[in-house]
Design a binder for this molecule. Sequence first.
Ligand code: EPZ
Length: 420
Amino acid sequence: MDRILIRGGRPLSGEIAIGGAKNAALPLMAAGLLTPERLVLTNVPQLADIATMKALIAQHGVAVEQPTNDGRTLAIGGEIASTEAPYDIVRKMRASVLVLGPLVARVGEARVSLPGGCAIGTRPIDLHLKGLEQMGAVIRLDGGYVHASAPQGLRGAAIVLAMPSVGATENLLMAASLADGQTIIANAAREPEISDLADCLVAMGARIEGIGTDRLTIEGVRRLHGATHAIIPDRIETGTYACAAAITGGSLFLRHGRLDHLGAVARVLAEAGVEVSAEDDGLSVRRLNGLHGTDAMTEPYPGFPTDMQAQLMALMAVAEGAAMITETIFENRFMHVPELNRLGARVNVHGASAIVRGVPALSGAPVMATDLRASVSLVVAGLAARGETIVNRVYHLDRGYEAVEQKLAACGAEIERLAG
Ligand code: EPZ
């Protein structure tokens, strides 16, 4: 298994190009199942999770083509030959459940493996299922699979989500686009990736109001057509490299990064002593003087994202003073704490909160992590640690960060991938 070797202590400087958002691309690919016509997606990132979603779409019998040589454009479209999302694919990537809504809406049935547990929490899909039931689908659980059927098609419903789940909002939004009548999704999640999906659905002929708010109103249409859609830049990749610039005391230009998508991340970084400013087609990030311990609590957008919690903790590990970081979205998302502590951080966890007491310097060590953001937080920490850090289980990083070592090395980091 590949590892990443970092010799820390070099300030980053230069430019990093931010790719298309993984968590926008995955639901957008599932949206390709809503029409037999071609949905062309551009600015697609090259990531392991995207390859998994391509395999899933192909398993449904739908063609996924790459019309350009750079692999950043995908054309999805065709007739659905199979409505099954098998365990072997779903267990690799939970976002596979996003095919459920589109399949039931388009062909009246789907058989999707239940994803099971996950390193960061139990992550049930009850809200997805309850919403589909309200739209008239009959849901059966059998042999580890969810079987949803609506042979007469789905009908509009007034759905109030018990919590603003990103995935449930996306699944129900896609299903409602082809339902008979009006659907209201109240307490909807407002992440930029949901607005990106809604914008693409509108380009495909869907009728959606309230995009960007917590109340989406959808007038179902009989069919959707093809469209071309450019995926938004990845706000979590942007925030991650902002933390990397800050922890090394360097400065970076993050091309394509968008301040209006950063939500609370920009405010928390500013309080910590990191300047993030919008420029033409990107963001400039630099650390002003010292870093200050700053509290943060994860919340649905526009609050501080759970997907940035680990990276912020790495930054706070070397800040002056203490920071309290509270995780409210997932119940087990502190797996990076013992690994950061191996690098010399002083972090104590009590329940859903971690208290981080800043230390003057970290020191390199071999580390490993069990999920994507935890892994990248160790890379961020390693960039500032004295000596050598080796991050094991790089396949987690490859799920969500494209060419992480090349991007950082081009800005002066001493970082390389060790094969094997
Ligand atoms: C999305 O996951 C992201 N994944 C996650 O990104 C991200 O951490 C998460 O949203 C929160 O922002 C994709 O977009 C592909 P949720 P999702 O449904 O949709 C509970 C990354 O590192 N819940 O908003 O699965 C759930 O257990 C990842 O890129 C229910 O109880 O997140 C959690 O506590 C990991 N019942 C909370 O809601 C449900 O039916 C939020 O989950 C659904 C969710």
